[in-house]
Design a protein. Sequence first.
Length: 384
Amino acid sequence: MTLLERALSEEHHDVLDRAESFATESLAPRAEEIERTRAFPRDVVEAAGDAGLLGIPVPEEYGGLGGDFLSYCLAIERIAEESGAVAETIQGHTFAMLPVLNFGTDTQRERLLPDMVAGDAIGSMLLTEPGAGSSPTELGTVAEATDTGYRISGEKSFGTNAGVADIHLVVARKRPQPEDSHGVSVFLVPNPDEVDGFSFERGEYLGMHGHVTGDSTFDDVAVDADALLGAVGQGFRIAMGTIDMARTGLGAIGCGIGRAAFDEAVEYAGDRRQGGKAVGEYQAVQVLVAEMDSRLESARSLVYDSAVRIADGEGDTRVSSRAKFTASEAAEFCARNAMQVYGGKGYRTDYPLERYYRDARILAIIGGTTEIQKTTVASAALGL
């Protein structure tokens, strides 16, 4: 038992038990099918809702578990061991749900959160744009005020669960623009099938098959006045308000993928015989296993250090950034070297290692690239 596991409360162990049951009973039997078909696994997400795993940080009054962020990371790491795509789908949903919890009106929370917690409504946050990235001063998507609400026009790139979500949190610049404000705000927009002018084109990616993202276009999409989330001008604060949590959650996903690859490598090294002995008896393989083990456990320590700080209300961007990039690199390292332990079989698509490798690769990009994370850590260390 690790030091972390010895420190867990009864509530943490309850969440771990829920995650274990969901991962083994609902997710593991579907993971390869999700990978092969690339279909959005709505039924699996609903099963996660049934298990209480979509509402871990949401108060019980809205159907959640009322747990802390450490509980969330424990669950998402275990889920990622079976499927990085499903873990990232749940991550995207969670970080569309938290702004509703933190900034929504009582009416918005009561209307949206119970269904989101249950998995009956999926969430997506749409911030990034083709020519603006995530910069609030360069966003081109606008929301024109009308007599009854707003008309939204613009384009968004990426956004986990975009297009398949029931609730899209669209970050746009309100016009007319208020004085002394950049006017960036967040608007709640339904699924493309429910509103005119909202179209979505799914992108195909190297990994995370089953995880849906792509390009969203808004052409005079009309929404009511109550579609505004929070106050006008709060958009960037809302979008970035959970950044430490999101980066730490991505780190937990990396730890889960890395753990899956490591376990596969260790099992294979013990079972596979070459030259009259198990390949794990060869020193070259032992070196790889030792490095995978050390990098993975180092990453977990950083991720859960960040998770505990966030749970205690002491989140720190330097801490979450170093956790995120270290776990991203550890996941890719473990996946790559597990393939090396397997030899030629590791490159075959009927073994899971190539999936782990492709899924791990995106973690160094989304949520802020590894280079951005390292610059953040260095700037904090140097006092810049």
